[in-house]
Design a protein around this ligand. Structure first.
Ligand SMILES: NC(=O)C1=CN([C@@H]2O[C@H](COP(=O)(O)OP(=O)(O)OC[C@H]3O[C@@H](n4cnc5c(N)ncnc54)[C@H](O)[C@@H]3O)[C@@H](O)[C@H]2O)C=CC1
Ligand SMILES: CC(=O)C(=O)O
Length: 316
């Protein structure tokens, strides 16, 4: 009998995987959620805890399982592997997490050959590349959460300074989800206006978004993960919400524009790596990237970001 509704798998039920599972239970998007972790007791404990809230969220089956339980999944989220310790960069995780992905991805594809694979583990761009290579899936069916989180951080910070709802701020962080990412201030729009025009016309902001403030915001976006990890050891709430949003765009075939990570071969003369550009996301994952007009310095920074990712991929 055909299953009614959507089935999602989460591989890795640490801080990120478990919090993502929690956001999905609240979302009403999913009918079947399967949690897989090499630590089976951890996955089982998370499934039990989520099931005990079943009286308070829309009906769904949550189970801890094996890879074979992923059969029929529409989306499989991979959040397994090492996270950053204070002082570590995301790229420092590349070798150990690539080795983990070479174990996980064949199991996922064997059991859920029709699923869209959504990579969250860091370094997310490098591992999206590894997942594409190991899975052999076509363009779009493998995507990384990329800079959807960073873009949300940027929208929040602009919101704080302009007193405008973050959901009404259009802006993008592009490139690597990591140290070389590009805060594309030139693309920022509020009510159709660039930030300077908006601040001039609005007159109610406590500060104009001038260059000094834009630099401060850029630095805060880039250092956000380090700041949080130094204080509480890991980041997970905002990324889980970002992943929930990507899953929503896929399951509802939304054609939403999101800065997910995927292969950018042929765009701006960049090497063929995975990184984030605004992309149209629907039922089959990434449908296409949207060409954007960047300022010259942003385009140069984006190309440097692609080269930084390429260097790490070539070192694997
Ligand atoms: N893309 C993004 O925006 C973000 C990515 N992350 C990344 O997500 C990843 C997970 O972070 P946390 O949940 O904080 O780590 P964590 O250490 O809390 O959880 C990792 C989980 O992966 C499991 N695992 C390890 N090897 C496995 C394998 N071979 N098969 C199945 N499960 C396995 C572990 O048992 C553990 O439960 C890290 O790489 C982290 O850097 C974290 C925040 C944001
Ligand atoms: C850990 C990480 O990648 C982040 O919070 O951005």
């Amino acid at each position: 009998m055909k299953r009614q509704g959507n089935k999602v798998g989460v591989i890795g039920t640490g801080f990120v995987g478990a919090t993502t599972a929690y956001t999905l239970t609240l979302s009403g998007l999913v009918s079947d959620l399967v949690l897989v972790d090499k630590d089976k007791e951890k996955a089982l404990g998370e499934a039990m805890d989520l099931n005990h809230g079943a009286a308070f969220y829309p009906s769904m089956n949550v189970m801890a399982g094996e890879y074979s339980d992923l059969k029929g999944s529409d989306v499989v989220i991979i959040a397994a592997g090492a996270n950053q310790k204070p002082g570590e960069t995301r790229m420092d995780l590349a070798h150990k997490n690539a080795a983990i992905f070479r174990e996980i991805v064949p199991e996922v594809v064997r059991n859920a050959p029709d699923a869209v694979l959504l990579v969250v583990t860091n370094p997310v761009d490098v591992l999206t590349d590894v997942t594409m290579e190991v899975s052999g899936l076509p363009f779009g069916r493998v995507l990384g959460s990329g800079t959807v989180l960073d873009t949300s951080r940027l929208r929040h910070l602009i919101s704080v300074h302009t007193h405008i709802d973050a959901r009404n701020i259009h802006t993008y962080v592009l490139g690597e989800h990591g140290d070389s990412e590009v805060v594309a201030m030139s693309l920022t729009r509020l009510a159709g206006m660039d930030v300077h025009t908006f601040c001039e016309k609005c007159g109610r902001c406590d500060m104009d978004l001038g260059t000094a403030l834009a630099d401060q915001i850029e630095s805060k976006v880039k250092n956000a993960a380090y700041e949080i990890i130094a204080r509480k050891g890991a980041t997970y709430y905002a990324v889980a919400l970002a992943v929930r949003r990507i899953v929503e765009a896929i399951l509802r075939d939304e054609k939403a524009i999101l800065t997910v990570s995927g292969p950018v071969k042929g765009i701006f003369g960049m090497p063929n790596v995975c990184l984030s550009l605004p992309a149209v996301v629907g039922g089959e994952g990434i449908e296409r990237f949207v060409p954007v007009d960047l300022a010259k310095d942003e385009l140069e920074a984006l190309c440097r970001s692609a080269e930084a990712i390429d260097k790490v991929i070539k070192s694997l």
